[in-house]
Design a binder for this molecule. Sequence first.
Ligand SMILES: Cc1ncc(C[n+]2csc(CCOP(=O)(O)OP(=O)(O)O)c2C)c(N)n1
Ligand SMILES: [Mg+2]
Length: 620
Amino acid sequence: MQKDVSGAQVLARCLSSQGIKYFFTVPTPRLEPLIKALESQKDVRVITTHNETAAGLMAEGYIRRSRLQAAVLTDAKGRAISQICGVTNAWADKIPLVSLALCEDDEPDCNKSVERWRFDQRAAFQAVTSWNIRLTSLEKAPAQILKALQESCNHKMGPVHIDIPFKLLNQFILADSVMILPEIHQRPVEPVRLRGEAASVKQAAKLLMNARKPLVFCGGGVKVSEACPELMNLVETYKIPVATSMAGIGSVPISHHLCLGGPSYTSGEVFHVAIKETDVVLAIGVSFGGLDGFGLPPVWSGSIKFIHVDVDPLQLGLNVQPEVSIQADVKTFLGQLTAELMKNNFYGNQKWTSWGKMLQNLKCDRAARLDKDAESKGKMMHQAKLAKELGKLKSQIKDDPILVMDGGNTVLYLAMYAPDVDPWQVFYPFGMAALGGGIPYAIGIALAAPDTQVFLITGDGSFMYNLQELETMKRLNLPITIFINNDSAWNMIRSMQNSFFAQNFVGTDLDGIEYVPIARGFGLKAEKVTKAEDILPAYERTRRERGPAMIECITDKINTPDSLLSFALVEFEGALKYLNPLRFLHSVFLMRKMGLWRNIYQLTYIIKALLRINPRARRS
Ligand SMILES: Cc1ncc(C[n+]2csc(CCOP(=O)(O)OP(=O)(O)O)c2C)c(N)n1
Ligand SMILES: [Mg+2]
């Protein structure tokens, strides 16, 4: 009997029949049969890129927005390693990316001459995937692929890796000997509705009802669980102040009176005061990372009782030691909790209103100061002004553009000044906070939402990580506008050198780079602006026809977001107990260079947050 299907065809059919329709790759001769086979499948698109890291990030961006699974496909070894950066971002943010890479088997290897040791590729992916496998035979491949896809979308949700021995691609087998998987058109990423254990929910409700100053702290898990309405219902019914992690931004509108905003990096002292004074924190779908001060003293009060709810058991008890920990889907849990509170005829606590009011006053104080900063006049455009202007521009556009953020201070300024964003309209690699995802994310997201405009707002440093993909953007003619915040610096790092290292600037200036010719070199329309009022006309000129465009916005590198001082809090407070008094005096001596007022302002900020004192807020 004639063996009639190739390995490449078997694999392409399995993946496509299981709803994987987008593949992001860097082609190589060895991948050719698989790419050809994929392209012959119905509705499959293979997007070729210039770098495996970018390919991974594009696939991830596609999944983040479409909530459909997609794959990154690369050749082996160096090419596979290059995809790991994208896979790692997916792992940190629980994106069910399908990572595919060829691998060496005992095949004669074209790279053998340089292979001095056997590289265990699968092991390299192990740390950053929730599951991985090496295909063993074509007969078994369909079942193995199906298992991988199911593992990526279980309650833990995350990327999976499949190693494909190169020799399988060119083998032939009988079509009859391959299991035919039932055809599905798409593979949607859906939350797993896991119920919390009833006794623990009861315990959580009891703890919450007895709280003096409760706080809800929510993370990206709220969005993924589609639990924003339930969250809003809980905080509004019981008037509980709510803060979000960076990943949770948008779960509650920042302008809502009970919302304090993101963590300290974006909401400043209001967050510090809240996490020092609260006695019970209901932490939902959040993993307490470094950006959140780990949920631990000295940044958070040590006497907080935490109720921690997450669908992934590995997150529970990882940093904070919760009083009550519940493995559950956030939406399902919130339903259970509200039912339990109602069963107890609980309708809130009068004291919670004044607690919320005090925090709200702090928030308003800060908002007034931020507005003043944005209006401050200098020779160059203030970064706050740029962020505010871009927020305004975004809200003026009819079809609410999607916002992709990349950078350091650029992202902080945006989170502080941009208007409310829907959680599915804003994208950033929260878990790893890795620079450079902006351009690839924008591409993946634009492919997932072809009729929506995408705004990529990026720092100048971050823009340069993956700028080769401007070619991909142009080739696909995607409606992306890149706004570069050109402050000629790695400014988040430079700001630290400014504030804490006596302006000893080392390696953080990025002067003399002309971004407009770079973008035009790739065929993008591009303009440079130096004033906020020129942004809208430049945007309109570049948007006269479909396709990508870039607007380089020149800003003042001297500006520093005040909330960046939270870094100091995290680091200084942690270091205080080890502080050598002589070194401390030396630092004060060095700080004199920063100028008296700047010093006083920064010290007051730190002291206020440390001592939880804000007399103005307390007066109300
Ligand atoms: C991949 C990676 N490398 C380094 C860092 C550390 N880092 C955080 S912010 C920053 C500076 C970013 O500069 P830019 O993109 O110009 O944004 P800006 O801070 O100037 O707004 C750096 C180097 C990081 N987060 N990720
Ligand atoms: Mg910069």
